[in-house]
Design a protein around this ligand. Structure first.
Ligand SMILES: [Ca+2]
Length: 292
């Protein structure tokens, strides 16, 4: 498998996480496909104004590694987990991204320009009560979150599902270690498994993560066939499946459509609301037994 399936429409690349916002480099806040626009479309800006910025939350990114480009270079921004990729043997810098996908995703999730701040005090161009609504600054959807980098994809993007399963297991086992608070696991890819989610090994691994207090977010898939099922593990009802959105060149969402490249099917998800398994004890997690 190759890790190359981003979930949102938008030409924002890893190179866009620049301290100097220059449209020529790919970040143009006026472009509806920019991360600045996407943060409004998905409601992140409203969340920031209420103080929800990802502070104190670790997001595990199992991907092609993460390179500390501008926007991810702040001390403590990235926690380096294990490198389980084909690049690892003999690597002098394990965990670094030699493909681009993992850095791209980490930037979308928690990138933040060095000059960006949560305070809007004195900011004449901020769009709301959060300083992160300053569209001249690059910020990810959860700008104060930390990234836990678990590399599985090699320099050519290739990995094996067994490496991904091992990475999910590591995240599940270490999510609540001292100094760690992994509450979200991001998997921006999937497999074309034909097994049921009740027996598929990758689906079982992400369910274990969910049962240990981790919200698992997985790409729905970009094969574009309405007759095809969601990718694995997005087809598992314990996870949040994220599909593509075409904003139709406007910030308002009423005219949005599902782009032709995105997966449309949902025939393998039997529930309309999340299941409610008991939480394991001792992990410091919220009790989900009463959640809807
Ligand atoms: Ca729109």
């Amino acid at each position: 498998m190759a890790l190359a399936a981003a979930a949102l429409v938008g030409p924002v690349g890893a190179g866009s996480a620049s301290a100097a916002v220059v449209p020529g480099l790919g970040y143009d806040p006026a472009d509806v496909g920019s991360l600045s626009a996407i943060s409004q479309i998905v409601g992140a800006r409203a969340a920031w104004a209420q103080g929800y910025t990802g502070a104190g939350v670790d997001v595990a990114v199992i991907d092609t590694g993460v390179t500390p480009v501008p926007g991810l270079a702040t001390t403590g921004k990235i926690v380096t987990g294990p490198d389980l990729s084909f690049d690892a043997p003999g690597a002098t810098t394990p965990g670094l991204d030699a493909f681009g996908h993992g850095t791209f995703m980490a930037s979308l999730i928690a990138g933040k320009d060095a000059g960006a701040t949560s305070s809007a005090t004195g900011c004449g161009i901020c769009l709301n009560a959060s300083g992160y609504s300053d569209t001249t600054k690059f910020v990810g959807i959860a700008p104060d979150a930390r990234i836990v980098n678990v590399k599985v994809g090699a320099a050519d993007g290739a990995t094996d599902v067994t490496q991904v399963i091992a990475a999910v297991d590591w995240v599940t086992q270490h999510a609540h270690d001292p100094g760690m608070n992994i509450r979200v696991l991001n998997l921006s890819y999937g497999t074309a498994s034909t097994q049921a989610y009740t027996s598929d090994p990758l689906a079982q691994a992400v369910e274990q993560a969910w049962k240990h207090g981790i919200v698992v977010v997985a790409a729905a898939g970009n094969d574009g066939k309405s007759s095809k099922n969601l990718a694995d593990p997005a087809f598992d009802p314990y996870v949040i499946a994220v599909g593509g959105d075409d904003p139709n060149a406007t910030l308002a969402t009423g005219d949005d459509t599902v782009p032709t490249f995105a997966e449309h099917g949902n025939s393998k998800r039997p529930w309309t609301s999340p299941p409610r398994p008991p939480m394991s004890s001792g992990c410091g997690c919220p009790d989900r037994s009463s959640t809807p």
